[in-house]
Design a protein around this ligand. Structure first.
Ligand code: SF4
Length: 368
């Protein structure tokens, strides 16, 4: 057994099934079928047992997908194995849930298993836009579901997708009206990107200016309510930020289980096989089901830490970074002088607020 002397790690459990497939989705998922889920459940438990090898202590757990709320009572055996096989000291256990899966019985399952944070995939508050997105839930599911969740003491996060074709100011009004009555602890706002093909050609897409305007309306509203932006797409009240997701942005260790799940452990990074069958086949042989382990040099680690850290609104603490990687973050960025106008560099190196929405394009060319 290898024992790593380091901070506690995050554990991510990927559940790869959905009720139906949304036409904009780029995640690794498939429609739920019982025989596939059986293979998954049998092997996720075995994969958790294999993690004993790392001798890590986990302090966050995140069920993501796919649609992990379809797990229902199957959360019990998974959590039982987590506690049986692994060293844990959980500060947060999160799950992504779809509105149509919320009922009293499901809340009981979440409570029984110590879930502390739920992230509800609301996406939009207009039936018309939900249909365009191909979502399985309705406005009634959202209202009923949030009503049930609000009576419990979960840290509550809402996921929204904006910039959807045909979306107008009125659709943003609907989101703001809903928030007025049902303000959560944290909110994620994603801009719909990378959609193409016949299905999407039949709708009127938004200009970049319209998308930015819609995003800014939500951002201004949330900031006024003291739900502050702390990452490009994430807002939270003070102390309600996602502890698990901050591990990614702070470039800390995490281990992912399930098909396609990624892991980072000190100077190694790997990704699991994406196909359910290949993933299961390797686990059945008693091995960790990754495709390939990548050994990162100290320079590669520094660059990855910069890419993740710049996603945070506060940016990267320059002195701390230098202590860890030997140089200030900007010294790793080629042609930094020519790119300086995108950044602020004092105690922290950060992307200027007005450039955050074009962050991905800044990032893709950052180390070229
Ligand atoms: S429910 Fe979520 S993971 Fe499943 S297809 Fe839709 S967007 Fe993708």
């Amino acid at each position: 057994m290898i024992s790593f002397n380091m901070e506690k790690a995050g554990l991510y459990i990927h559940y790869p099934f959905c009720r139906k497939i949304c036409p904009y989705c780029h995640f690794i998922k498939t429609v739920k079928r019982e025989e596939l889920e059986d293979i998954y459940l049998k092997n996720i438990i075995r994969e958790l047992e294999l993690l004993k090898y790392f001798n890590l202590t986990f302090d966050t757990l995140y069920f993501g997908g796919g649609t992990p709320s379809l797990l229902k009572e199957n959360i019990y055996p998974i959590m039982d194995r987590v506690f049986e096989f692994l060293k844990t000291d959980f500060k947060e256990i999160s799950i992504e849930i779809n509105p149509e899966d919320i009922d009293e019985e499901f809340v009981r399952i979440l409570k029984d298993n110590g879930i502390t944070r739920v992230s509800v995939g609301i996406q939009q508050l207009s039936e018309r836009i939900l249909k365009i997105l191909g979502r399985a839930h309705t406005l009634d599911d959202i209202k009923r579901g949030i009503e049930i969740l609000r009576d419990n003491d979960f840290v509550l996060n809402y996921d929204f997708i904006i910039g959807v074709p045909e979306e107008g100011e009125k659709d943003i009004d609907k989101i703001l009206n809903f928030l007025d009555k049902n303000l959560p602890d944290s909110v994620s706002v994603y801009l719909l990107e990378g959609i193409k093909g016949k299905y999407w050609n039949s709708f009127k897409s938004l200009s970049d200016e319209e998308k930015v305007k819609h995003f800014n309306r939500l951002e201004n509203y949330l900031e006024e309510k003291d739900i502050k932006r702390y990452e490009i797409s994430n807002f939270a009240r003070a102390g309600k930020e996602s502890i698990h997701n901050l591990k990614y942005w702070n470039y800390e260790n995490f281990i992912g289980v399930g098909p396609s799940a990624a892991s980072l452990l000190n100077s190694e990074r790997w990704e699991n096989k994406a196909s359910l069958y290949s993933w299961a086949e390797i686990i059945e042989k008693g091995k960790l089901p990754f495709k390939e382990k990548i050994k990162l040099s100290s320079e590669e680690r520094a660059k990855e830490a910069i890419m993740m850290g710049l996603r945070k609104i506060e940016g990267i603490k320059r002195n701390e970074f230098k202590r860890k990687y030997g140089k200030f973050p900007e010294e790793f960025i080629p042609f930094f002088e020519e790119r300086k106008e995108f950044f602020e560099a004092e105690d922290y190196l950060r992307v200027k607020r007005e450039n955050l929405l074009i962050f991905n394009s800044i990032l893709s060319g950052l180390f070229n």
